[in-house]
Design a binder for this molecule. Structure first.
Ligand code: 5GP
Ligand code: MN
Length: 320
């Protein structure tokens, strides 16, 4: 299948590349790797805003940020990267392309493309994009390597998560040899915090609550906290890790209020608990150890629902 997709991409006259909304480093790095490899024939689309911390990536300035799918121009191929279901690209209209290709590493992927490459055992989508680009015989430039490295680096939490294995380091080695500079990527992503983010974090940490024998830690951010600190939704990336990072905690949960209503939830687990199952039961998805969903209710109602589901899941319940 990868050979086939490599050929379709090489032969295509126009490619529109999509990331999911609230894109992370893997979604953005994967799309920009394609942009830097195929240049003019690729347009990269982001539903909503592209987080500022990724603006250092080559090609980021050219990403088209759209609020309505009517702004998306037809293309021969729609290439959807790191996105498990169509819902994550609002009003996605596949009739604007001759073929839809999905490349992803989420277990919960719904195989919504005409061609689907889904490899849940891979730590990042960017690595699969790397495989495909090698098959196109396009030279892997320093810019392409930097984008792929960023996807791999961020989706493994800087080579910390359980998805990190010998293959991850092998791929990272190849990318560094091709010109990616790890410390530069690290500084851009983890050491370029705007002060408003740190102020929001200070407010968020005060909300800490522990549940289920202190095995679940919950943190949240309200609309009012955003207003007080001048922070943006994208500034909460990784806040959930403060919840998971507590000794004895098995599941970290982070919630943020959406504008004008609703709640976005992030789950992270350490060992046994499958949070993708819980997120899926709430209409979302993700991986065993990192998942998320959106709920149309208040913060307190969301916490209640989540704790009930986690209680079942963590007691080995079958009802989730
Ligand atoms: P995050 O918590 O960083 O937003 O997302 C963690 C993981 O869960 C990512 O792999 C992301 O793609 C997935 N995820 C987060 N929110 C949603 C959602 O609303 N729907 C689905 N299907 N997956 C989500
Ligand atoms: Mn990913």
């Amino acid at each position: 299948m990868k050979e086939k997709v490599a050929k379709i991409l090489s032969d295509a006259e126009s490619i529109a590349c999509f990331m999911h909304k609230n894109p992370d480093g893997d979604a953005i790095g994967s799309c920009l790797a394609i942009k830097n490899a195929f240049k003019e024939k690729v347009k990269v689309y982001c539903p909503g805003k592209l987080p500022e911390i990724f603006m250092f990536l080559p090609g980021a300035e050219e990403v088209v940020q759209f609020s309505s799918f009517s702004e998306v121009k037809p293309a021969q191929v729609f290439l959807v990267l790191d996105c498990s279901d169509e819902k994550r690209i609002p009003d996605f209209d596949r009739s604007k392309a001759e073929a839809v290709i999905v490349v992803d590493h989420h277990e919960t992927n719904e195989y919504f493309g005409d061609y689907n490459i889904v490899e849940p055992e891979r730590a990042s989508t960017a690595e699969i994009v790397f495989d495909i680009l090698k098959l196109t015989k396009k030279p892997i430039t320093k810019d392409v390597a930097t984008c792929i490295f960023t996807g791999l680096y961020t989706d493994t939490g800087g080579f910390k998560y359980s998805s990190t294995n010998a293959e991850t380091f092998q791929t990272a080695k190849e990318l560094v040899e091709l010109g990616a500079v790890p410390w530069k990527v690290a500084v851009e992503i983890y050491e370029s915090n705007p002060p408003r983010r740190i102020r929001l974090l200070a407010e968020c940490l005060k909300t800490l609550r522990l549940f289920l024998n202190d095995k679940v830690a919950v943190l949240y951010v309200t609309r009012e906290m955003y207003e007080r600190t001048g922070a943006l939704p994208e500034d909460t990336e990784d806040f959930v890790n403060y919840a998971r990072g507590i000794k004895g905690v098995e599941v970290g949960v982070f919630l943020r209020e959406l504008e004008p209503e609703g709640v976005k939830v992030s789950f992270r687990s350490k060992n046994e608990v499958n949070v993708a199952k819980v997120a899926k039961a709430l209409g979302g998805g993700g991986h065993d150890h990192a998942a998320g969903c959106e709920l149309n209710c208040s913060l307190e109602e969301a916490i209640d629902k989540i704790i009930n589901l986690l209680a079942q899941e963590m007691s080995g319940g079958q009802n989730v």
